[in-house]
Design a protein around this ligand. Structure first.
Ligand SMILES: [Zn+2]
Length: 310
């Protein structure tokens, strides 16, 4: 998989995933189809006469425990893990067909998507890739929560979290241009505290949650270990962030710093970016830049998933 980073890409063949939605608990089949250059990522509800919603910030709906898209009352829920895998692996154009309102949670990570992309291959297209190149800082603060994006070459993220025991304080940095996504970010799974379970279920959330797709936490530690990484929690937050920032419509070219953030803060940053048109420009990736996604085929084979997705 030796893909030039300056050209757009799509998947080489259709892919299919079946499972249940994390929050709805609803069964769903997701089909990913190759799409023409320049088309971006478009969701299609096959149960609603193929109604289409593109993955852009203007279609963001409610954002709390997951990111959802909505247009004219039609919803696509929990988009972040698929979008993260697409951005992380350098897939620009795809049609994502689903026959229900929420994407499947699979194993709670983006690894099943990454492995599927690798199994069919990623195809280079004849169109130069555009990025959202950050020209000046854009920041959002909400008490102790913070997120900002700054000018810089490539796409790098520094994320800090501070959760109750057993997670505590964790910080991690990733440079996506360094070809690390499939190995270091994609396998990190969703997590949740057992103490919050009843409250969330009463709110109509996490109906599809199970130990097969969520790290279940008590103050003593994970109930369904072992972890895939000692700092799997902060890595999963980076996974979510990459997926949420995909709603800027193009890959970010800049440096992101997030502290105690979450889906709502991620979405607020996208919204602020879209409004402040002087803070960024569409730019082309130079042809000599390192390839995106090249590392993955060899590296990820060393990783054996602990859990297999639905
Ligand atoms: Zn997530």
């Amino acid at each position: 998989m030796n893909n030039p980073a300056h050209l757009e890409q799509t998947i080489a063949a259709p892919l299919e995933f079946s499972g249940i939605g994390l929050h709805s608990g609803a069964p769903v089949t997701l089909r990913l189809l190759p799409a023409p250059a320049g088309s971006g990522i478009v969701f299609r509800r096959t149960d609603l006469e193929n109604y289409e919603i593109s993955a852009t910030g203007r279609n963001v709906a409610k954002v709390s425990y997951a990111t959802s898209l909505m247009r004219q009352g039609v919803l696509i829920s929990t988009t972040e893990h698929l979008l993260s895998a697409l951005v992380g692996m350098g897939v620009d154009n795809v049609i994502a067909e689903l026959d229900n309102l929420e994407l499947p949670i699979l194993d709670g990570s983006a690894l099943p998507y990454v492995q599927a992309f690798q199994s069919v291959g990623i195809r280079t297209q004849r169109r130069r890739r555009e990025t959202v190149r950050i020209l000046c800082p854009v920041e959002v603060r909400d008490g102790k929560r913070f997120i900002g994006v700054y000018p810089g070459s490539g796409y790098s993220i520094r994320y800090t979290i501070d959760f109750p025991a057993p997670i505590g304080y964790q910080t991690a940095c990733v440079d996506l241009a360094a070809e690390t996504y499939g190995k270091t970010i994609a396998p990190a799974r969703t997590f949740g505290y057992k103490a919050d379970e009843k409250k969330l279920r009463d709110m109509g959330l996490i109906r599809g949650a199970s130990p097969e797709c969520t790290i279940v936490l008590t103050p003593e530690g994970p109930e369904n270990g072992p972890l895939r990484f000692p700092d799997e929690y902060v890595r999963h937050k980076i996974l979510d962030l990459i997926g949420d920032l995909a709603l800027a419509g193009r890959r970010i070219e800049g440096h992101v710093v997030a502290e105690r953030a979450g889906h709502a803060m991620h979405a607020a940053l996208v919204s602020r970016l879209m409004k402040d048109r002087s803070a960024w420009e569409f730019a082309h990736v130079p042809a000599e830049t390192e390839p995106i996604g090249e590392f993955v085929a060899a590296e990820s084979e060393r990783y054996s998933p602990v859990l297999v997705g639905a």
